[in-house]
Design a protein around this ligand. Structure first.
Ligand SMILES: Cc1cc2nc3c(=O)[nH]c(=O)nc-3n(C[C@H](O)[C@H](O)[C@H](O)COP(=O)(O)OP(=O)(O)OC[C@H]3O[C@@H](n4cnc5c(N)ncnc54)[C@H](O)[C@@H]3O)c2cc1C
Length: 377
């Protein structure tokens, strides 16, 4: 039940965005930049963003050789290049908007570890370099086996190392915090702990039903245009969208004395990834080891996946080195039949950008621009 004052001053907006992940916040920023006098509200069901954007590993992620070759199994060359370009443009926009120092952006190097069974991939390096040249303007990949020893990897498992010349890393927490500040400075309002239960589109507005947990009631807010940026949770609001949920589990070690590796690393077609952060190793992935169980929206961790992550640490990444796990967590991603994100006008007044896979840090800012740019002034 609204008061007289609430109804006058709090519930009607020009634009409401559902979801405060990187896509929702970037959409709010784009809307404020395009329509400076418009009122823009972001609503988020969690106290913090509660999907992928504050749970990921912070790779400024352009794709590895085996991952891109795998993508070419389900997508055309043109689509793979377009996806690569979206990541590149997204990162450029994110860095330009927030600043490298603010988001902890660094280029400490990016590499893919190649096992015996993947060794044929190195013959495709030149092909991929040529394919991506129009976008990247330089070779994207090169072989650098001489670094296997200097990083301390186990050579029984690792037969080659490929450098990715265009990938960096960032501090996910700093980036998301800075993006929230940037949006609020532009005049965007953000309400957390608020779940959108449903919405109804009418001729002149959209009525968005927000759950107020404190008094167990649902309050109707209105907007002229609604933006659904709920990624893996989109089916609850748009049941016809083709989205598969996928959990990503991560762990980070305590600082390791004399740690040799620096930068970011990929393995197994992108299914595993690890990086150095503040003298620690952060490793994630392994969803492919229990694909059915990991097709879930539950934010828990499992022994199966966590043991696999530790196995990679022990056997390949840190052979003979003692480490202690400091923290473990999970985030939820959204996938489809191919890796293209869905960016669309859903109906007259409803728009959506979702299904960012494991690339939203890279693509999120640009996807939001793609969503907002066609909206007439
Ligand atoms: C473990 C892990 C590692 C990853 N590593 C990388 C990486 O290194 N590099 C990279 O580029 N990408 C990575 N990703 C992918 C990247 O994090 C995502 O693609 C990106 O964060 C998606 O952003 P988003 O805004 O679309 O979705 P989300 O961040 O999931 O945001 C959606 C938001 O909507 C909210 N929401 C949902 N339903 C409702 C509702 N009904 N009412 C209100 N709010 C709602 C959710 O709580 C959530 O906060 C990783 C993801 C995970 C999980």
């Amino acid at each position: 039940m609204f008061s007289y004052w609430e109804r006058q001053s709090f519930v009607n907006y020009d634009h409401i965005i559902i979801g405060s992940g990187i896509v929702g916040l970037s959409t709010a920023v784009e809307l404020k930049q395009r329509f400076p006098t418009a009122s823009v509200l972001v609503v988020e069901r969690g106290i913090l963003p509660t999907g992928a954007s504050t749970k990921n590993a912070g790779f400024a992620c352009m794709g590895s050789v085996t991952e891109l070759l795998d993508d070419l199994e389900t997508m055309s060359e043109e689509e793979v290049v377009q996806l690569f370009e979206r990541r590149k443009k997204g990162l450029e926009l994110l860095r330009e908007r927030l600043g490298d120092d603010t988001i902890g952006y660094k280029t400490n190097g990016s590499h893919e570890l190649i096992s015996e069974t993947e060794i044929n991939a190195i013959e495709k390096i030149e092909y991929l370099n040529q394919l991506l040249l129009p976008v990247n303007k330089k070779d994207s990949f090169r072989l650098c086996n001489e670094r296997i020893d200097s990083y301390g990897f186990n050579k029984t498992h690792i037969k080659a190392l490929i450098e990715n010349t265009c990938e960096g890393e960032l501090h996910t927490g700093k980036m998301m915090h800075a993006l929230m500040s940037y949006a609020t400075q532009l005049g965007v309002e953000i309400k957390t702990g608020v779940t959108v239960k449903e919405f109804n589109e009418e001729a002149d507005k959209v009525v968005v039903q927000l759950k107020n947990s404190l008094v167990d009631e649902v309050l109707p807010f209105t907007c002229k245009q609604l933006f659904v940026c709920t990624n893996a949770f989109t089916k609850q609001l748009l049941p016809n969208e083709e989205i598969m949920q996928g959990r990503g589990q991560v762990l980070v070690t305590e600082p390791i004395e004399g740690l040799k590796l620096k930068g970011v690393f990929h393995m197994d077609k992108g299914y595993y990834y690890f990086r150095e952060i503040e003298g620690r190793v952060m490793i994630g992935g392994g969803r492919n080891e229990a694909i059915q169980k990991e097709t879930t929206s539950k934010l828990g961790i499992t022994d199966t996946i966590q043991n696999k992550l530790e196995e990679k640490l022990r056997d390949i990444i840190l052979p003979g080195i003692d480490y202690t796990v400091a923290q473990r967590w999970a985030g939820i991603m959204a996938f489809g039949a191919d890796k293209q994100p869905l960016v669309k006008q859903v109906s007259d007044r409803v728009y959506g950008a979702f299904r960012l896979g494991g690339m939203g840090v890279a693509m999120g800012s640009y996807v939001a621009k793609e969503l907002v740019t066609p909206i007439p002034r």
